[in-house]
Design a protein around this ligand. Structure first.
Ligand SMILES: Cc1ncc(COP(=O)(O)O)c(C=O)c1O
Length: 418
């Protein structure tokens, strides 16, 4: 029996309050919906559409793969799988030698958790409060934001620490916020018991929680604390990766330290097929030469995702999109600063890194809801985070300067009117 018009669940929503969107197509930074509206995508949909809309090359690569091979086994060998693993590792810091394929970001984090536990023999993790690492129970347990508490207990040993980030105030001064610091992480690791944490999981720059850019030195200090406790450092680059922060995986923009594991998804295919991966440094990977890797998935390295990923990586390179993100990021930072300085009472704090940015909105929930609605009415697609009262933006890397100018003009009109 069909219960109502939509016989499937909408995610992260009471079903009666869901706001479905019927996307019919698009080009570049723009997409169309069935009601005839044209939206400017300032969020890269769910942060995966780094390559924008209407990428024929990826659709064609998937079609070609359909003609060649679709059905294989997790241990299956075929050229595109090897080529993609090599291409991913080639962009990682020196010493990364193995890839574990998944179908998405949560599964990448989940398998990074397993790898860390198997290698260290420890079960505790350390992660930050204003973070999101995925919806599966392990990934949710280490996430810090509002999505976790309702499902607890999730996983024993998931320790959380306060955040540490720099915000711009009107006029341009930077303030460090969040209550945490690199020192407090080092102290927490001591207090939890020296050498007791399997891994520290961090989004280099937490995304949906408000583009929380850590102060200079934080990332490298984190590495030093992990080294002191023989703890693995996992960079969750599911959202930060593939140029979003103006560097390939994201953490490169924060310091010189290299993590032990890197989790990726979203931009790996530009969103055109499901795929994720864990990139593993040789100092970790070598453990599994003689020890069983207790992890696997039926659709491990499925040809559809792999074909899409391989073509996406070629596009990032051939169109020099990571450098483009860095250049466009400077323009985003300028536009945000100008907006904030024009509306200091409404925008007390802003942050940006590459093509990821956030505008904190002053006032109560009702005012925040009014801003979010007005942006939607203006057909600008952004990510309102009502818990943090911040609007997160993440335009596709293929956006033009005029797309960005148009988006900021729409934001400017909304801010001026509320
Ligand atoms: C940093 C981070 N990690 C993990 C995930 C989970 O990825 P997925 O939704 O593909 O499972 C997300 C999703 O937004 C994310 O932003």
């Amino acid at each position: 029996m069909q219960r109502d018009e939509h016989p499937f669940f909408f995610t992260w929503s009471a079903q009666k309050k869901a706001a479905p969107m019927e996307i019919t197509g698009g080009q570049g930074a723009w997409f169309d919906t069935k009601d005839g509206e044209r939206w400017l995508d300032f969020g890269s949909l769910s942060y995966q559409a780094n390559l924008g809309h209407g990428q024929r090359r990826i659709a064609d690569a998937i079609k070609k793969q359909c003609d060649e091979l679709l059905l294989t086994v997790p241990s299956g060998l075929y050229p595109a799988k090897t080529a993609l693993a090599k291409a991913l590792l080639a962009k990682a810091p020196a010493g990364f030698t193995k890839v574990f394929f998944t179908l998405g970001g949560s599964e990448a984090v989940e398998n990074a958790l397993k790898i860390a536990r198997l290698v260290t023999g420890r079960h505790k993790t350390l992660s930050r409060y204003r973070s999101y690492h995925g919806a599966t129970m392990g990934a949710l347990a280490i996430s810090g934001d509002y999505r976790r508490p309702v499902l607890e207990p999730a996983m024993v040993g998931a320790v959380h620490v306060l955040d540490c980030y720099e915000s711009r105030t009107p006029g341009g001064a930077l303030v460090v916020e969040g209550g945490g610091s690199a020192e407090s992480i080092a102290r927490t690791m001591e207090l939890e018991g020296p050498r007791s944490i399997a891994a520290v999981f961090v989004e280099p720059v937490p995304g949906q929680n408000g583009c929380l850019v850590p102060p200079p030195g934080y990332w490298d200090a984190l590495r030093a604390s992990c080294d002191a406790h023989e703890t693995l450092l996992v960079a969750d680059c599911v959202l930060n990766g593939f140029g979003r922060l103006g560097t390939y995986y994201g953490f490169e923009s924060l310091g010189s330290a290299s993590p032990d594991l890197i989790t990726v998804s979203k931009g790996i295919t530009g969103g055109y097929a499901p795929l994720g991966a864990v990139l593993v440094h040789e100092r970790v990977a070598r453990h599994f030469d003689d020890h069983v890797l207790y992890a696997g998935l039926t659709f491990y390295g499925h040809p559809l995702g792999v074909a899409a990923g391989l073509e996406a990586l070629r596009i990032y390179d051939e169109e020099d999109l990571v450098a483009r993100a860095s250049t466009l990021g400077q323009s985003v930072a300028r536009s945000i600063a100008a907006l904030q300085d024009r509306h200091p009472a409404t925008l007390p704090r802003t942050r940006s890194k590459g093509l990821l940015a956030a505008l904190d909105i002053a006032g109560d929930d009702a005012r925040f809801a009014a801003v979010a609605k007005a942006l939607s009415d203006a057909r600008l697609y952004v990510h309102p985070n009502k818990q943090a009262r911040t609007i997160v933006i993440a335009p596709p890397l293929v956006s033009t300067e005029s797309d960005l100018a148009e988006g900021f003009a729409r934001i400017g009109r909304v801010i001026a009117a509320v």
